[in-house]
Design a protein around this ligand. Structure first.
Ligand code: NAP
Length: 234
């Protein structure tokens, strides 16, 4: 049976992608920082879909923990078919006056996590000449927001990482897709005074990932931009 690894998968977009693939019978390898959320996810998803759910408590902002997560995934699954670099977070602010360290925090979680985890898992995909890496970027990867500060920098960089990986992986038959969602209703928006209907749904993002994956091997969706029907917020 096939397996998918998703970073930051207990909530939001990561959870929706993991559950979408589980509903198709894929085994899951997932991480997050909160152990209770991982235990809840394991119980709920394995009962609902009869798939294996392998969990590792991981802080994706820390290189050593990312490498431990990657190693655990390689040990627990014979092969990994899909990798989704999803873990990320948003700190609002402006470059001119945001707190010191905000850029480093977001680069660690939003970019370096994907770089290190991909380097752990891509070798076997290359050797098998099969696999698909999805990188969860953002519309902030292409449109700078006034209050997006360092988040935008991290997401521009994530798209750059994804494009370079796509070029490198062509000859190995490993597909790479950059997904650029706009505002999606998840915990990231908790407390925002905006009607839920104004956002995209995480399950729509998950459906785009799954539908991109099931195309024939000779086709790759390189980049997808998704926005709420009424456009960007703000
Ligand atoms: N929601 C949007 O509007 C939107 C739009 C464009 C792009 N995105 C991108 O989509 C991705 C997911 O966003 P989301 O809105 O779905 O987030 P979310 O609802 O806040 O969920 C984030 C998930 O990632 C985990 N996580 C966060 N930081 C982590 C870390 N350092 N190490 C390991 N796991 C971590 C969280 O669990 P723990 O807290 O337990 O670690 C949780 O499972 C991010 O890369 C985000 O930038 C979101």
């Amino acid at each position: 049976m096939k397996a998918i690894v998703v970073s930051g998968a207990t909530k939001g977009i990561g959870r929706a992608i993991a559950e979408r693939f589980a509903s198709e019978g894929y085994h899951l390898g997932v991480c997050a920082r909160n152990a209770d959320d991982l235990a809840e996810m394991k119980e709920q998803v394995s009962a609902a879909h009869k798939v294996r759910v392998e969990t590792v408590v991981t802080d994706m902002s820390k290189k050593s923990e990312v490498l431990d997560f990657g190693k655990a995934m390689e040990e627990r699954f014979e092969s990994i078919d899909v990798l989704v670099n999803n873990a990320g977070f948003y700190l609002p602010g402006m470059l001119s006056d945001e707190a010191d360290g905000v850029l480093e925090q977001q680069i660690n979680t939003n970019l370096y996590s994907a770089y290190h985890l991909t380097r752990c898992l891509i070798g076997k995909m290359k050797a098998r000449r099969e696999g698909h890496v999805f990188n969860i970027c953002s519309t902030a990867s292409v449109v700078p927001y006034t209050n997006g500060g360092s988040y935008c920098i991290s997401k521009f960089a994530m798209l750059g990482f994804s494009k370079v990986l796509r070029e490198e992986m062509k000859e190995y038959n490993v597909r790479v897709t950059s997904l650029l969602p706009g505002a999606t209703y998840t915990n990231s928006w908790a407390g925002a005074d905006i009607p839920e209907a104004r956002f995209m749904k995480a399950r729509d993002v998950a459906n785009v990932v799954y539908n991109s994956y099931v195309l024939s091997q000779s086709t790759v969706i390189e980049e997808v931009i998704m926005r709420p029907m009424l456009g960007d917020l703000g």
